[in-house]
Design a protein around this ligand. Structure first.
Ligand code: 6R9
Length: 662
């Protein structure tokens, strides 16, 4: 629900300054002619400009088939291969240029040229085929930030097998759920990776996931963090587990021709949290996705082949898929990958790498910026780097953090783009074009070329553009990077993204409006400011978490009768989960917190650990028995409780508040 009192909301917005992009930046930018916005208003043909950046085996006949909304088809009858576009087509011009510059946590370095990438991806594609993977089989990956991850993704793309990478921080249970949903016969993992000095046994999660999954996994392919030295605690199951190094060594085949994929054939799945306990597999198409990833990498991130570009995200999330792997490699640039944590072994690690590789473009999250700010400027001292362009993604950035980023990291002469988008959207939807639009701290900015966002009220009526009133952020026209569907569940695709604001019995695409789940304000200057999620999805340090997923994990603790998870604003992580529980009659509350934490770690992963666990006598409920999470959220955030008269027992929230103050 949108806050009714928008005037109050607007009043809280601080005054904002604008910053012009420096002339040196504008002079060299990939796009510096404002005519681009008009070109893309020629809808949908404008998007051909992105598709033209790719090499197609056969060109599309039609840009968009919108005859069956919301199942749109892009670049109809076009044919291409994503791995060919990210590797093979660059070989003539830049085979000896570094494609991936990998830095291990322990300081180990690997420069993978486009020729090396070609060799490794071909060999891995052969290995996947030997493991029984066929075109259109979904391969589940559970790989950390090792070169193995992009190599495996591109090898899958080469043979037309959609990959489904599950972030390495997810637990065995979360991996098992995704293996089951995708129906994968083959899983690719690694024996280990470094986290703050420890070589973690990562393989054990895949072992446990294979036990937990209903699906019988035929093969688990295991990359080694140190080739030839399997992690001492990793066990291999005879007949099922195979070391990738052995598969590669024993394979005579060193080339696998890229298969011809239809533009609409799926390229990958990326699971994300929604409003139910079950994560959804966002299915992305080959042609439209790659065109959108490439186009926005060129126009928004301003990537050029000669750049060294570093997106310090994890490839296990959508940001890494689009803006570490597919977009940058499709443009033939050098993309940096980092295995480790930003504060290990010291808090200057990021700046050390930036200097070492002479990074030109730097991409990170507001959570990371807030952390750098908290650590202080002294960690930057003595490091010589010069970013031309900086990006943030994943959460709103407060003007204070923006200013610090601009001044201390950007030396007040880099451009910053705040990019708003989602797992579902494939690429940036609201963001400035850096040479054209002034920067405005705290605002994501204008719609990307060809994108048509709007603000709707809860009844589904459009709020007047540029009115400054808060509402639901929606997108009124399709775009090539959008998800095709929720894997295996077209109904859920419609329910989650379209039903609320569309006329779902209409065939007219004008009647179909995509719901983002975010609240936003469209200001007078045409800039959009994103306010955050309006649904039961939280954004913890830029990672999406469904409150329902958390609640179902917490409810598995035997002693718990009822659980409600709400979001607390956090100065560093943006939001953190607070857990409120009631216990079953007569149980001993001792040790419950530990059990709850363990359940969350088991079902989701350590990164989802609750901030606070509050055991209460009763939860605030309506007369019909629905838990009113909004009131708990007010308590967690020390806000006014507002109207409590609809509660069955109106004294409950005050009692909880008193309990917390004791
Ligand atoms: C790319 C990515 C999507 C949600 C989205 C919104 C939040 C992303 C933002 C932002 C404010 C930005 N979000 N970018 N909020 N300003 N620049 O993060 O995808 O993990 O699916 O999260 O993140 O709430 O709806 P994903």
């Amino acid at each position: 629900m949108v806050d009714d009192d928008n005037s109050e909301l607007e009043a809280r917005l601080p005054d904002q300054d604008y910053y012009r992009p420096p002339p040196e930046f504008v002079g060299q930018a990939n796009v510096s002619d404002p005519a681009i916005y008009d070109r893309f208003e020629d809808f949908p043909e404008g998007f051909e400009e992105y598709a033209e950046l790719l090499e197609w085996e056969s060109r599309w006949d039609e840009v968009l088939d919108d005859s069956n909304p919301p199942f749109y088809e892009w670049f109809v009858d076009g044919e291409l291969n994503a791995s060919y576009n990210c590797i093979d087509r660059h070989l003539d011009e830049r085979k000896n240029q570094t494609a991936l510059l990998w830095e291990g946590e322990d300081g180990e370095q690997r420069n993978i040229t486009y020729q090396d990438l070609y060799r490794e991806v071909n060999k891995m594609a052969a290995a996947l085929e030997d493991a029984g993977v066929e075109e259109d089989d979904v391969v589940t990956l559970h790989l950390p930030m090792l070169p193995a991850l992009p190599i495996t993704m591109l090898a899958c793309a080469r043979i037309g097998a959609p990959h489904s990478e599950v972030f390495a921080g997810f637990s065995a249970q979360a991996l098992a759920d995704r293996i089951d949903d995708a129906g994968s016969d083959v899983v690719v993992t690694a024996d280990g990776y470094y986290r703050r000095g420890d070589l973690l046994n990562h393989k054990e999660k895949a072992d446990e996931a294979c036990e937990l999954a209903e699906k019988d996994v035929d093969k688990v392919l295991v990359w080694e963090r140190h080739e030839g030295e399997l992690h001492p605690d990793a066990e291999l199951e005879e007949g099922r587990d195979v070391l990738v190094s052995e598969l590669l060594a024993n394979n005579e085949r060193t080339r696998v021709d890229p298969v011809t994929r239809d533009a609409e054939d799926p390229l990958f799945l990326m699971y994300t949290s929604g409003t139910t306990g079950k994560p959804k597999g966002c299915q992305h198409r080959t042609g439209g996705y790659l065109a959108y990833a490439t186009g926005t990498s060129k126009y928004v991130l301003d990537i050029k082949p000669e750049d060294t570009y570093w997106c310090a995200a994890d490839i296990g999330w959508i940001t890494g898929h689009t803006y570490i792997v597919y977009g940058p490699l499709s443009l033939g640039t050098t993309s940096v990958m980092f295995e480790g944590a930003p504060d290990h072994p010291h808090k200057s690690r990021i700046w050390e790498i930036a200097e070492k590789y002479d990074v030109d473009i730097f991409h990170t999250s507001p959570t990371a910026v807030r952390q750098f700010m908290k650590w202080g400027e002294e960690y930057l001292e003595g490091y010589d780097f010069d970013f031309r362009h900086m990006t943030t993604v994943g959460e709103p950035i407060q003007p204070e953090a923006w200013n610090w980023y601009y001044e201390h990291i950007g030396d007040s002469d880099a451009v910053i783009v705040d990019t708003w988008w989602q797992t579902e959207t494939g690429g940036h939807l609201i963001t400035n074009l850096p040479a054209l639009d002034d920067m405005k701290p705290g605002s994501a900015g204008k719609p990307a070329p060809g994108i048509q966002p709007a603000i709707y009220d809860d009844r589904g009526d459009e709020i007047e553009p540029a009115s400054g009133r808060a509402g639901n952020l929606v997108i009124e026209r399709p775009w090539p990077g959008m998800l095709q569907t929720v894997y295996g569940d077209d109904d859920r695709f419609i329910d989650e993204y379209w039903r609320d604001f569309s006329e779902t019995d209409s065939d007219d695409p004008e009647d179909w409006v995509y719901k983002t789940g975010d609240g936003a304000v469209h200001a007078q200057d045409g800039y959009f400011r994103i306010l955050g999620r309006l649904d039961d999805v939280m954004n913890v340090a830029g990672h999406r978490l469904g409150t329902m997923e958390l609640e179902s994990a917490v409810s598995e603790v035997e002693e718990v009768a009822e659980a409600a998870v709400v979001s607390r604003n956090d100065p560093e992580k943006g939001e953190v989960p607070d857990v409120y529980v009631t216990l079953r009659e007569g149980v001993d509350p001792g040790g419950i917190e530990d059990k709850i934490v363990a359940a969350v770690e088991r079902d989701i992963g350590k990164f989802a650990r609750p901030n606070a666990i509050v055991i209460v006598d009763d939860l605030p409920k309506t007369r019909s028995g629905k838990i009113m999470r909004r009131l708990l959220e007010n308590i967690s955030n020390d806000d006014d409780l507002g109207d409590t008269t609809t509660l069955r027992d109106p004294s409950v929230p005050e009692r909880i508040r008193d309990q917390l103050q004791d």
